[in-house]
Design a protein around this ligand. Structure first.
Ligand SMILES: *Cc1c(COP(=O)(O)O)cnc(C)c1O
Length: 392
């Protein structure tokens, strides 16, 4: 507990407001969402007027239009909009028929919301280690953790790079597991030409503002391939209503707001171009940072949408302080691996080991990478990192 608290202190310190030393350099923020807003503001304002005039605030025609357009974009038959990515995971686990007594394979190194899905449904998350190269679930390790109670696997396309969906599909087929893709960080990424989140039986997306496709608030989406799954998801997100005032089962209020759907639909039209810019910055970083005693992210499976650019070094904390002093904001994703989270200790992870997850948690540092970041900003980050390693 004490160690975790110390790490969290560090998280807060480094992420504090940026001071510009001597006022001489422009700070490089970790993200700047106002740049996206600048490109959609006129159209979104006009459509907001319509939402208010029609009082289409909760679900309704604007949400349905967004659902159709993102279903087309992803190439899936069904897209069910919800209020958060966490709700998407919860509903996918329920629609998979997973409940108390069942086990669900999840990576140890991910945002904790991946685990909330199984936990909210009363199932047990079984943590698996991740690949050292990508941070994505290690399928060989997952195979070793399968028991007669294992019902599903939730691969996370971490930082925007698809997990190995061939190996995951083969494992799932062999053991009759439902595949639920946590695509919160990878909207627009592809695996062998198929959109991430369109390959498993369910795909879960988050539209939290900082995600590659971000709402002006909260938002999420579940995709489904089967008509019956889609019908169940639509019912579950709307109080378990199969028809009006008939509640076939205990449901939830997980509907999306009309205003969020407007923002998301307009942003979706720019998403591919915004992603291309992310790729340019990532390439610039990869070239600029080569040859240093620093692990730059590996691109193992052609398509990566660079939600985050996470480098690894044993000197992570010192590098982070150095960059903060140079007015460059960084992030930690995620400094406390899930097997060490206080709320999960009853699951007995203490006796298991997750060496690659530990390494990512202790060494990973997220550099700024966002749509609208300039080449000059990226070059300043590269120069500051190079200086850190050459000065000592
Ligand atoms: C953001 C995120 C979620 C949760 O999404 P919310 O919309 O914040 O509820 C789930 N999994 C991963 C990997 C995420 O990054």
């Amino acid at each position: 507990m004490e160690a975790i608290r110390r790490e969290l202190e560090l998280t807060r310190d480094g992420a504090g407001t940026l001071a510009s030393p001597g006022g001489s350099v422009e700070p490089v923020p970790f993200n700047d969402l106002a740049i996206q807003w600048g490109e959609i503001a006129d159209k979104v304002r006009a459509e907001f007027e319509q939402v208010f005039e029609r009082s289409a605030f909760s679900h309704g025609p604007y949400v349905e239009r967004f659902e159709r357009e993102i279903a087309d974009y992803l190439g899936v038959p069904h897209a069910i909009a919800v209020n958060t990515g966490t709700s998407a995971l919860h509903l996918a686990v329920l629609a998979a028929g997973v409940g108390p007594g069942d086990e669900v394979l999840v990576p140890a190194h991910t945002f904790i919301a991946t685990l909330w899905g199984p936990l909210y449904a009363g199932a047990t998350p079984v943590l698996c280690d991740v690949e050292d190269a990508t941070g994505n679930i290690d399928v060989a390790d997952a195979a070793r953790r399968i028991s007669p109670r294992t019902r599903a696997i939730i691969p996370v396309h971490l930082y925007g790079q698809p997990a190995d969906m061939d190996a995951i599909g083969a494992l799932a087929q062999r053991h009759d597991l439902v595949v639920i893709e946590d695509t919160a960080q990878a909207v627009g990424a592809r695996w062998r030409g198929q959109a991430a989140g369109s390959i498993g039986r369910f795909g879960c997306f988050s539209f939290y503002p900082g995600k590659n496709l971000g709402a002006a608030g909260e938002g999420g989406l579940v995709t489904a391939l089967a008509d019956a799954d889609a019908a169940r998801l639509r019912s579950l997100r709307n109080h378990g209503q199969s028809e009006r005032y008939i509640h076939a089962e205990v449901g939830y209020n997980y509907r999306m707001d009309g205003l969020q759907a407007v923002v998301l639909r307009h942003k979706l039209r720019h998403l591919n171009r915004w992603t291309e810019r992310r790729r340019e910055i990532a390439e610039r970083y990869r070239r600029g940072l080569s040859g240093l005693p620093l692990v730059v992210p590996a691109v193992c499976h052609a398509d990566h949408v660079w939600h985050l650019f996470v480098v690894r070094t044993a000197q992570r904390d010192a590098l982070r302080e150095w960059l903060t002093a140079a007015a460059i904001e960084t992030g930690l994703h995620y400094p406390v691996p899930n097997h060490r989270q206080p709320c999960l200790q009853h699951l007995g992870f203490g006796r298991q080991s997750f060496p690659a997850s530990e390494a990512w948690a202790q060494q990973g540092l997220s550099l700024p990478l966002f749509y609208g970041m300039t080449d000059a900003q990226a070059d300043r980050v590269v120069a500051a990192v190079r200086e850190f390693f050459t000065r000592r």
